[in-house]
Ligand binder design. Structure first.
Ligand SMILES: *Cc1c(COP(=O)(O)O)cnc(C)c1O
Length: 471
C-alpha cells in the first residue's frame, strides 16, 4: 500500500506525467469495477482496486494544476495525516484525544495572536463554509440569545446580513441554513477590483432599516474567491460600530497572507472584527481539510452551541472539563484536522510560512508579467492582483484583430470552456474558469502549490496558446 501511495506521489511531482487521464462517467464505470460484492475479495484485488482508484484520480499536487484554491501536496502535512488516520480518534473530548486537544488549543491560540486578538476562542470546522455558518450563528445568538431555545419566532423581526457581491456563496448558504433566508443576505456592490464599496454598504443598511428589517451582521472578504480582492476593513468596521453590527471577516482564502508581516497591511483593521474565518488548507497547503474560525469574545461559541450531552460531557470527570471542546460545536464527532497542521507548522516555523507566501506572490507577479508581454494573446481582467488569483481571457488567433469590448468578451467567454476541455483531454494543464457578475467566462489561475516554479508558469502560458490558438 505504501508503495502504491509513493508511486502516486512520484507521478504527482513528475512534470512528464499527466495531471489526469480524463474519462466521462459512463466510460469510467466501464473501466473500473465499483460494485460492492456479497463475497469477500482477496488482498491482491484490494491492492489492484487501490491502484485503479489512483490511476484515474486528478493529481491536485501536480505543478501544472492551477485549478483550485487548495493546490499542491505538502509531504510533511501528508505524513501527519497518515498518523492521524492511524490514531483514528474523535476530537470531542480530552478523555480520548488528550495530545490532539492540547495541540488544538496551542495552534488556535497562536492563530488568534497572529490575527491580533487578545484572548478569544476558536474552533476547527469541516471547511470554510461551516466556519462562516458558525460566525452567523454566533452573531445572531449574541444579539438574540433566546433564538437558541425559542427559535426564529422569538426574533422581533426579519434579520438581515450583508456581504459583497464577490463574497463566497457560503454566506448565502449560511443565511439559508440558519433560517434567515437567502433574500435576507444582501449583496453589496463592489468596485472594479472586486472590493466592497463602504458607501454602498451604508446605503443598504439604512435602506433595510427603513424597510423594517433588522441588520445584525456584515461579512467582509479578505481574499475573494475569484478576484482575490481584499475588502477595506476599517471603513466597513466604522459602519458596523455605528449601527451595532457584528463584523465577520472571511479570510478563508487570503488568511495565509497573515503569516507574513509584508502583507499584514491588507488586513488593516482586522482586530476590529468579531470573528474571522481562515482556512489553512488553502494558501498554507495543509492537507484537506483544515479550516478555522476565530472569535474575539470568549465563551460565546460554547453558550451558542452547547447541548450538554450527558453521555459525553459529564461535568464530574476527574480532569479539567473545559478541555472537552466537543460541546462548542454543532457536530458530535469531529475529525482530527489539527495534527497535520501542527506538524507542518513545526516543520516550517512561522518564518517558513511567511517565505512561502512571499514566494507565491512573487510567482504571481511573474505570471502577470508573462501575460502582459503577450497582450494580443491574453487579456487581463484584474490588472494588479491583490492575492495569487490571476484572472484573464485567452484570445485565439482569429479574435486578435477584433476590437476589445463587450462583444469580443462575450465570444471569448464561449471559447473559455472549450479550451478548458482541451486542457483536460490532453491532461497537461488545469486552470479553472467562471463568469463573475456581467463578465462572461474567464480563466482564474491560482498559485498555491510550493512545487510551482517559473518554468511551470512559462509552460502554462505556452500550453494555453498551443491548445487554444486555433479556436
Ligand atoms: C474557499 C472559500 C470558502 C469556503 O471554504 P470551504 O473550505 O471550501 O468550505 C469561503 N470563503 C472564501 C472566501 C473562500 O475562498
Amino acid at each position: 500500500m505504501t508503495e502504491i501511495l509513493m508511486d502516486f506521489l512520484h507521478k504527482t511531482f513528475d512534470r512528464s506525467s499527466k495531471i489526469l487521464d480524463f474519462h466521462h462517467p459512463e466510460q469510467l464505470l466501464e473501466i473500473i469495477d465499483l460494485s460492492l460484492p456479497n463475497q469477500p475479495k482477496n488482498i491482491e484485488q484490494l491492492l489492484a482496486d487501490c491502484r485503479d482508484t489512483l490511476t484515474y484520480q486528478v493529481k491536485t499536487g501536480h505543478p501544472r494544476f492551477f485549478n483550485q484554491l487548495s493546490n499542491g501536496v505538502d509531504v510533511i502535512s501528508m505524513a501527519g495525516e497518515w498518523l492521524t488516520a492511524t490514531a483514528n480518534t474523535n476530537m470531542f473530548t480530552y478523555e480520548i484525544s488528550p495530545v490532539f486537544i492540547l495541540m488544538e488549543h496551542m495552534t488556535l491560540k497562536k492563530m488568534r495572536e497572529i490575527i491580533g486578538y487578545k484572548g478569544g476562542d476558536s474552533i476547527l470546522a469541516p471547511g470554510g463554509t461551516i466556519s462562516n455558518l458558525y460566525a452567523v450563528l454566533a452573531a445572531r445568538y449574541r444579539k438574540y440569545p433566546r433564538v437558541k431555545s425559542e427559535g426564529l419566532q422569538s426574533l422581533p423581526g426579519p434579520l438581515v446580513m450583508f456581504t459583497s457581491e464577490h463574497s463566497h456563496f457560503s454566506m448565502m448558504s449560511a443565511a439559508a441554513a440558519s433560517g434567515l433566508g437567502t433574500d435576507n443576505c444582501i449583496s453589496v456592490p463592489c468596485n472594479e477590483k472586486g472590493q466592497m464599496i463602504p458607501a454602498e454598504l451604508e446605503r443598504l443598511v439604512l435602506k433595510s432599516i427603513s424597510d423594517g428589517k433588522i441588520p445584525f451582521m456584515v461579512t467582509g472578504t479578505a481574499g475573494s474567491t475569484v478576484f482575490g480582492a481584499f475588502d477595506p476593513i476599517n471603513p466597513i468596521a466604522d459602519i458596523c460600530e455605528k449601527h451595532h453590527l457584528w463584523l465577520h471577516i472571511d479570510a478563508a482564502w487570503g488568511g495565509g497572507l497573515l503569516m507574513s508581516e509584508k502583507f499584514r497591511y491588507k488586513f488593516e483593521g482586522i482586530t476590529r472584527a468579531d470573528s474571522v474565518t481562515w482556512n489553512p488548507h488553502k494558501m498554507m497547503n495543509v492537507l484537506l481539510q483544515c479550516s478555522t474560525v476565530h472569535f474575539k469574545q470568549n465563551s460565546l461559541l460554547y453558550h451558542c452551541n452547547r447541548m450538554c450531552a450527558d453521555y459525553l460531557f459529564q461535568q464530574d470527570k476527574h480532569y479539567d472539563v473545559t478541555y472537552d471542546t466537543g460541546d462548542k460545536v454543532i457536530q458530535c464527532g469531529r475529525h482530527n484536522d489539527i495534527f497535520k497542521f501542527w506538524l507542518l507548522w513545526r516543520a516550517k516555523g512561522t518564518e517558513g510560512f511567511a517565505k512561502q507566501m512571499e514566494r507565491f506572490i512573487e510567482l504571481t507577479q511573474y505570471l502577470v508579467e508573462g501575460l502582459l508581454k503577450r497582450p494580443e494573446r491574453f487579456q487581463l481582467i484584474v490588472a494588479e492582483p491583490e492575492c495569487t488569483n490571476v484572472c484573464f481571457w485567452y484570445v485565439p488567433t482569429r479574435f486578435r484583430t477584433m476590437a476589445p469590448g463587450p462583444e469580443r468578451d462575450r465570444l471569448l467567454g464561449q471559447i473559455t470552456p472549450i479550451l478548458k476541455g482541451r486542457m483536460m483531454s490532453t491532461g497537461t494543464l488545469m486552470v479553472g474558469y467562471q463568469p463573475q457578475g456581467k463578465l462572461p467566462n474567464f480563466f482564474r489561475c491560482i498559485i498555491s502549490n510550493q512545487a510551482v516554479t517559473e518554468e511551470d508558469v512559462d509552460f502554462l502560458v505556452e500550453e494555453m496558446d498551443r491548445l487554444g490558438h486555433d479556436l
